[in-house]
Design a protein around this ligand. Structure first.
Ligand code: NAD
Length: 289
């Protein structure tokens, strides 16, 4: 898949794990990418390597133009997303895609420390802040950009939030992590009615099973319980999660979707339990946007 005109994606948490794999694949597919991450060393190293690989490529037509830029970002800071959207506009003309991927997990039990508050800030509050910033950008900023600069923004705008299978089923290993991811799922699934109001932007999320990334390595190293459980469960690959992200970008019928990425299965869209649908059928409000 390669769009006819390069589209620009912001990927938070793009310096490591799933985000890093996504950034690499997007650049390979000729997207322009803004990598926003706390980890400056890993982020700058990644974009330098990707830009060098593109300029080394014999098929490269514009060797001096970067394909990816790094912006040192803490997604919990109030101006983080405005800065990322500005960087995408300055470097690549306009932003079309936001992937709220930055996330953290912790090994300590939530009742033992106050650290869980950062998990809510990064996994949930920043996802909501990023989504709000994207809506503001797509409805207020992008329409004012010159047509040549904002080419393509009219046709495909999407926000993709990284949830987890832990947001769909109870996860005793980390109830706060599970709560943040469940909130991301229902937040995202509650948004598509507003798409016409927000200039056509779509909203999807991913619910991957466990993936071997530095996040999982840290949990296993810090806690014997996590080592015992995470060591033996089946994992999906970061590449499989990335394929799910690409479906959320390219498949225009996906809006309000939660794609479940499970081991050795095709990604499947979460459906509301028919028992719940029947039980609540007279009670569910319908929003006229
Ligand atoms: N690894 C898994 O098993 C798994 C499964 C399902 C969902 N997820 C989710 O996928 C996403 C990526 O996870 P990963 O496993 O690749 O983790 P990772 O730790 O390898 O990468 C996360 C990245 O986010 C960055 N980050 C953390 N806090 C940040 C902040 N405040 N501002 C900006 N950047 C910040 C980190 O520096 C890091 O580069 C997370 O949202 C995670 O919850 C992971």
């Amino acid at each position: 898949m390669s769009p006819t005109q390069p589209q620009c994606a912001i990927v938070t948490g793009g310096a490591s794990g799933i985000g890093r794999c996504l950034v690499t694949e997007l650049v390979r597919l000729d997207f322009r990418v803004v990598v926003g991450d706390l980890n400056e060393a890993a982020g700058t190293e990644l974009v330098a390597a990707l830009n060098a690989s593109v300029s080394d490529s014999p098929s490269s037509s514009s060797s001096s133009t970067p394909r990816a830029v790094f912006v040192h970002t803490d997604v919990t800071q109030p101006t983080a997303f405005a800065t990322l959207f500005q960087a995408g506009t300055d470097h690549f003309g306009a932003v079309h895609i936001l992937v709220n991927n930055a996330g953290i997990a912790q090994a300590d039990p939530f009742w033992a420390t106050e650290q869980w508050r950062s998990m809510v800030d990064v996994n949930l509050t920043a996802t909501m802040a990023g989504t709000s910033a994207a809506i503001h950008y797509f409805t207020t900023v992008a329409p004012t950009l010159p047509a040549t600069q904002a080419a393509g923004y009219n046709t495909n705008k999407v926000v993709i939030n990284m949830a987890s299978m832990s947001g769909l089923v109870p996860f005793p290993g980390d109830p706060i992590y599970a709560a943040t991811k469940a909130a991301v799922v229902n937040f995202t699934r509650s948004l598509p009615d507003f798409t016409p109001l927000f200039g056509g932007v779509r909203f999807n999320c991913l619910c991957p099973a466990f993936v071997d990334t530095p996040m999982i390595d840290r949990l296993r190293a810090q806690s014997p319980l996590h080592e015992a459980t995470l060591g033996r469960v089946a994992k999906v690959t970061a590449e499989e999660v990335v394929q799910g992200v690409l479906r959320c970008i390219t498949e225009r019928e996906l809006n309000g979707a939660a794609l479940v990425i499970a081991c050795q299965r095709e990604p499947q869209e979460l459906k509301t339990d028919p028992v719940l649908v029947e039980l609540l059928k007279d009670s569910l409000p319908v929003i006229d946007a």
